[in-house]
Design a protein around this ligand. Sequence first.
Ligand code: ATP
Length: 911
Amino acid sequence: MPGQWHTLTGGEVARLLAVDPAQGLGEKEAEARYREVGPNDLPRQQGVPLWQMFFHQFRDFMVLVLLAATAISGLLGEYADAVTILLIVVLNAALGVLQEYRAEKSLAALQKLTAPEARVLRGGMEKKILAARLVPGDIVLLEAGDRVPADLRLLQAAQLEVEESILSGESMPVRKDPAVAGSGAGEHRNMAFMGTMVTRGRGRGVVVATGLATAMGQIARLLAGTQQESTPLQRRLAQLGGYLVAFCLLICAAVVVLGVYRGAPLYNMFLAGVSLAVAAIPEGLPAIVTVVLAVGVQRMARRQAIVRRLPAVETLGCATVICADKTGTITQNKMQVRQVVTAGGTRAEITGQGYEPRGRVKLLQGREGRDWQLLMQAAAICNNALLKKGGLSIGGFFRSRAAGMADGWQVQGDPTEGALLVMAARCGYWREKLLQPEDVLAELPFESERKRMTVLVREKTGPVAYTKGAPDVLLELCTQVCRGEQIVPLTDEIRKEIIQQHSEMAAAALRVLAFAWRPLPSGEGEYSPDTVEREMVFLGLAGMYDPPRPQVSGAVALCRRAGIKTVMITGDHSLTAQAVAQEIGLLGRGDQILTGQELDRLSDQELSARADKVSLYARVSPQHKLRIVRALQENGHVVAMTGDGVNDAPAVKKADIGIAMGQSGTDVTREAAGMVLADDDFSTIVAAVEEGRGIYDNIRKFIRYLLSCNVGEVLVMFVAVLAGLPLPLLPMQILWMNLVTDGLPAMALGMDPYDRDIMYRPPRRPRESIFAGGLGWRILGSGMLIAAGTLLIFVLAWYQTHQLDLARTMAFNTLVFFQLFYVFSCRSEHHSIWEVGLTSNPYLLLAVGVSTALQLLVNYVPLLQRLFHVVPLPAAQWGLILLVTALSLLLGTVYKMLQKRLREKIMYLRV
Ligand code: ATP
């Protein structure tokens, strides 16, 4: 009965789909249904097949020129040339396919990593599964920030609002209500549709349609997945490529015209011109950049940083500020309540192992009066977490009874609430014993902006509200206070006392939550925050410890050395945040703290003026994050910003590098982010920055290599023609080294291990040229050295033997071996090969080995000798070639050693 689900009640839908809403489907049943209906996804774009990839290579302008040259050689009867060029073109295309295939594979792997997930109830247990595995009948749990994973008939909802613009074009969220009868205007209020976004509240629904059967599937619009944008560097390189082509064509034309003018045959000069153009233009460059980026992305994924947008990789290397959430990113989000202080002055210390509900409760002061009892009830009842072991569970409104768990106690849901549930259990208060699920009347869910949450329950005396939240916020809602057995007005004096207690706990790095309670007049109509959360009775405080993640201190110190500022942003109280910041060494001299309230009073300009000095923002709401990003960007910073909640998305989107949480984050933020942290850990961001820097470094390495080689080749030909010498290299030889022997080492350079000092340098400026830091000069210098060496050998051999083929063979080999030695010099801009370690990049050794073997084949296989016009060289000649070419590496090493000495001297003088 597709399309009619909304006309039935939730119970009828569940019956029709043969599912118990409290248990969900069993795994076996779900598997059977999956086999029947197939995966819950919409058709995606298919990958390009290999043969198409191969033919795509022939769209390249240079390849087309080469093919034209093949045709011309063939027509003129130069069959050997034609076949050789064709062979080289095909080999080059195969290399191109290899590179593209690798890139595509890594991007596909990436898409898998960022595949959407859904929270379901299976066999009575709450589980996270791939959204694609959902089947009709599955019970799905929704909360703010989730993308609805299939079409659902809602069964329960608390303040649930869903934004359906993707389906209806209407951007105002729709309030959902499972009880609405489904006809007319309200017909969609009891449904949630695939692809729409939960903006508020929580709910639960039964899957009625998956995949193409959903409303979304019928419109067949694709959901946003991993995007394959080009990075700024790729765009700049494409531009550079354009200029280079124009420039090279000019030089080549000059060579051809000069050659013909000097009397060389037109056909020879034409081929020389074409091959020179091919030599000069680094056509492999964009492909290798893509491969390096893709390989880097895989490397980052292994370090738990999943890149959703390729440009993020590049921007990461430029990051100057990392803004990170405290809870869960800097801390472990494994909370333990350590202290309880009731409004009546009862004070207790709570200890215990993990989530084990039996712990030690040591009363330090006072006794367990009514304030204690109400506080514990509030902690257990105003709670959506689930504490479970084996078949036993106690849990909140939307959670189910867990069954069949392995040993050990576990908490499911929000860790703050988990800690409170454990605390209450340790003190003997179990939710299941306090009330039945049907006694829950409503929930006013927690939101970061509200900083509180309320659950309304029916008790013998009538409806009662239990609230928990930030102490400062709750104090504002209370007019009375429970002291021992009595309820008295909340005077300023008592308020001060409570604030003092709170400050003491916060200064010990404890995250403090307050509790309040209020009996409600019955029949108050619809429960809303305004009617319920007022005139409450304050009950007391609980302080929990959330230890910092072990690697965070090291990562913060590393950032400081790398010229990156770390900023902690938290909704928590400033004293708690400050204590944590001190624990991880985040606050340096002169670093300031700003609270959300103070921030509200600053104009955008004032905030910008202060932003550089602030290292800690406390008691902020997600909206403040956007202002913080803007202020920092205004000051020229490249900002990385983390986010998890639904309202963090705008700030995450605005940041230069938006970072979402893989474990605790919401779908909305994940989709807005450029990168997702699989482990939610701050130190992973720092690792990703390191990778980002390394990847850029490696791109510079092979750009240096490829361009130096190209400059060398062009200069050899150009100078020879200018000097009236015969051409030192034949067109086939130029093509061969350019398209075959260069490519592999360049690719291997892209996988080079990063320099050790990569995090000891300041961040790169985002608009910095790829040739910055003297790279352009180095390329020219090395190119000239290569050309000079090659010409020297050529001229020597030519004057000594007057055998042109021999001289050319020597020039050809000299150039190739120059390049194969030089590639080792390109591994670091500052460190000599000995410091880098000769064997630390096995790919490079392999690539150089293969290129050497190919070059030897050309030298010694008779057929290839004929095609490439080479003659076998005697050992003495080889010796000379190796001596001269090894010089490039030697000179590079000496240069770097001198440079290092000089740097050390300057440092010494400065000190
Ligand atoms: P961070 O911003 O570093 O993640 P946070 O968890 O403290 O830290 P929010 O989630 O915005 O930030 O919470 C803000 C405040 O709301 C908390 O400091 C706490 O006082 C209160 N709070 C957090 N979780 C709950 C909850 N489940 N129920 C009621 N109040 C909560």
